[in-house]
Design a protein around this ligand. Structure first.
Ligand code: ATP
Length: 280
């Protein structure tokens, strides 16, 4: 059985505050996009195993797909679950696209289905949150406004009328390091009044596109600015870094311009370019 596991982008990401437990409260419009890993599942043997064709993805107990399977097997009281998972990685790793969290969510969903749905969506999301802050969002699987550390999700019901050109510059970025270097006092004094105003409104490219983490990652990797400029030159209606980066996306109202931009930016062989849609 092969199942697709999508990436995400953040159309806006405001970091509200650091909590005593070390996590950060955020306010973010998260959207799944049509860039996928594929995970094959085989129920066989007496142990959980995972393999991945990407050198930067661990195949031991630190793999998020593995952790999800172990957690699920503990919750249903089956400690000898025999499961072989093979991840075909297409989503760039440590790139701000949530690939690992998406894999974990896919595993929880597949196992829940395999066992005839012993857990509700709420229970699965609680399990997912123990693995990573973005896992509940991927379990939901549609655009949503995430708050808290990502556990509070409001489905975002509007349609998106643009194409996404996603550019991965071939650099890995540690999310933890980005948050550590974020100066919250600086971001908050400028931005704080902005985020609550968004509630129930339709996403507007010109006023809502924003990422508090962008300045941090950009200061280490100026290439991010180069990508943003090139996407803008190609006629993007909006450009932004996703999550903690370094992936950058351009939003295009015109599918033709998006296609043309993807083609043009492909001249840089160090970058990976994806032409994608937001999954609603
Ligand atoms: P974050 O959710 O931290 O913002 P990201 O989207 O930037 O993450 P991921 O691709 O999820 O990045 O990878 C983050 C780290 O998790 C990598 O260092 C990777 O080695 C590790 N990892 C563990 N399991 C997986 C997995 N199944 N897929 C991808 N990365 C994984």
């Amino acid at each position: 059985m092969k199942i697709l596991s999508p990436a995400k982008i953040n159309l806006f990401l405001h970091v509200i505050q650091k909590r005593p437990d070390g996590y950060h409260d955020i306010f973010s419009l998260m959207c799944p996009v049509s860039v996928y890993d594929s995970i094959s599942f085989e129920f066989t043997g007496q142990a959980i195993r995972v393999t991945c064709d990407h050198p930067d993805v661990p195949e031991d107990e630190s793999n998020l797909a593995f952790r999800a399977a172990v957690l699920f097997s503990e919750k249903i009281g089956n400690r000898s679950l025999g499961l072989m998972m093979k991840i075909d990685k297409n989503i760039p790793v440590a790139a701000g696209l949530g690939g690992g969290s998406s894999n974990a969510a896919t595993v929880l969903k597949v196992l829940n289905k395999h066992y005839s749905e012993p857990f509700s969506m709420g229970q699965l999301q609680k399990m997912g949150l123990a693995i990573g802050a973005d896992v509940p969002f991927f379990l939901l699987g549609k655009p949503a406004i995430a708050s808290g550390i990502g556990e509070t999700l409001d489905v975002y019901d509007h349609w998106f009328d643009f194409k996404v050109v996603l550019v991965y510059p071939g650099i890995s970025v540690s999310t933890a390091r980005v948050y550590k270097n974020l100066n919250l006092r600086l971001t908050n004094c400028k931005k704080k009044p902005k985020y609550p105003i968004f509630e129930k409104r339709k996403f507007d490219l010109t006023s809502h596109l924003h990422n508090d983490l962008e300045a941090v990652t950009l200061s280490w990797h100026p290439e991010i600015l180069e990508i943003k400029n090139r996407l803008a030159l190609c006629g993007a209606d909006g450009v932004l870094m996703s999550g903690s980066g370094p992936s950058v996306f351009g939003l295009f109202r015109s599918p033709d311009k998006a296609y043309e931009a993807a083609k043009r930016l492909s001249d840089n062989k160090a970058w990976r370019i994806f032409l994608a849609d937001i999954l609603v």
